[in-house]
Design a protein around this ligand. Structure first.
Ligand code: SIN
Ligand code: FE2
Length: 212
C-alpha cells in the first residue's frame, strides 16, 4: 500500500491481472486517496470538467478535464491531444504525487505528459474503446480509481472478442501496458454512492499517459 507520503509499505507486485493488465488492488490507502483527491480538485477548479461530444455529436456521459502539457479532446474534428482546455487556458500542471506513482510502478517508461480526469456521475459509463491517440503506443497508460466502484471491462486487441470484468474500487491502480496496452476496455457502470471519498458521490478516474 502507498501512504499519503508516497511511501510503499510492501513490495509493489500487482495483485492480479485482468485481461493481461496488471491491477494493484487498494494501492492507495485512504489518506493517499484523499491527498490525490485534493490534487485533482485543484485541477478541476482551474480546468472544469466538460461533457465533450463524440465526432458524431453525441455528448459523453463522463465529464472530462486534464492536467499536464496535453489533454484529450473530442469533437467534429475527431479525437486528439491538445495543449489547452476548451476555455483557452493551458491545462494545469500534472500533480507531483501522480508523477511519483508512475515512476514507482513503471520505472522503464518515459515520464507522463498528460493526466486525463474522467468524472463519472450517476449513470455515467464509457463504451469499449482502445487508447490509441497517444504518439507512442509502446508507452503504458496508468489508471487510478477514486470514489465510487466501477465495473471495468477489458478485452483483447480486437473489438468484439471475449472480455473480463472487474470491479475497480477507490485506491485501485491498473496499467494498460505490454500486451494489454491496446486492449479494448470500458466502464459498464458505476455503483453510485458506494464510496464516501467524493462528496456527493461519483467516481473520478485518472489516467496518466505519454501523449506527445
Ligand atoms: C478510460 O478508459 O479512459 C477510463 C477508464 C476508467 O474510467 O476506468
Ligand atoms: Fe481508455
Amino acid at each position: 500500500m502507498i501512504t499519503e507520503k508516497g511511501e510503499a509499505s510492501e513490495p509493489l507486485a500487482p495483485t492480479l491481472r485482468v485481461g493481461g493488465a496488471p491491477l494493484w488492488r487498494g494501492l492507495l490507502d485512504p489518506a493517499a486517496q484523499a491527498a490525490m483527491l485534493t490534487e485533482v480538485r485543484a485541477v478541476m477548479a482551474a480546468a472544469p470538467p466538460v461533457h465533450l461530444r463524440t465526432p458524431r455529436g453525441r455528448p459523453l456521459s463522463v465529464a472530462m478535464t486534464a492536467a499536464g502539457s496535453l489533454g484529450w479532446t473530442s469533437g467534429p474534428g475527431g479525437y486528439s491531444y491538445v495543449p489547452r482546455h476548451p476555455s483557452g487556458v493551458p491545462w494545469p500542471p500534472l500533480p507531483a504525487p501522480l508523477a511519483a506513482l508512475w515512476a514507482r510502478l513503471l520505472p522503464q517508461a518515459r515520464a507522463p505528459d498528460s493526466c486525463l480526469v474522467n468524472v463519472y456521475g450517476e449513470g455515467a459509463r464509457m463504451g469499449m474503446h482502445q487508447d490509441r491517440d497517444e504518439a507512442d503506443l509502446a508507452q503504458p497508460v496508468l489508471s487510478v480509481s477514486l470514489g465510487d466502484a466501477a465495473l471495468f471491462r477489458v478485452g483483447g486487441n480486437r473489438r468484439g472478442g471475449p472480455t473480463e470484468s472487474v470491479w475497480l474500487a477507490s485506491g485501485d491502480v491498473l496499467a494498460l501496458a505490454g500486451p494489454a496496452r491496446l486492449a479494448f476496455h470500458g466502464v459498464d457502470r458505476i455503483r453510485f454512492g458506494s464510496s464516501a471519498l467524493v462528496p456527493g458521490g461519483g467516481r473520478i478516474n485518472l489516467t496518466l499517459r505519454v501523449a506527445g
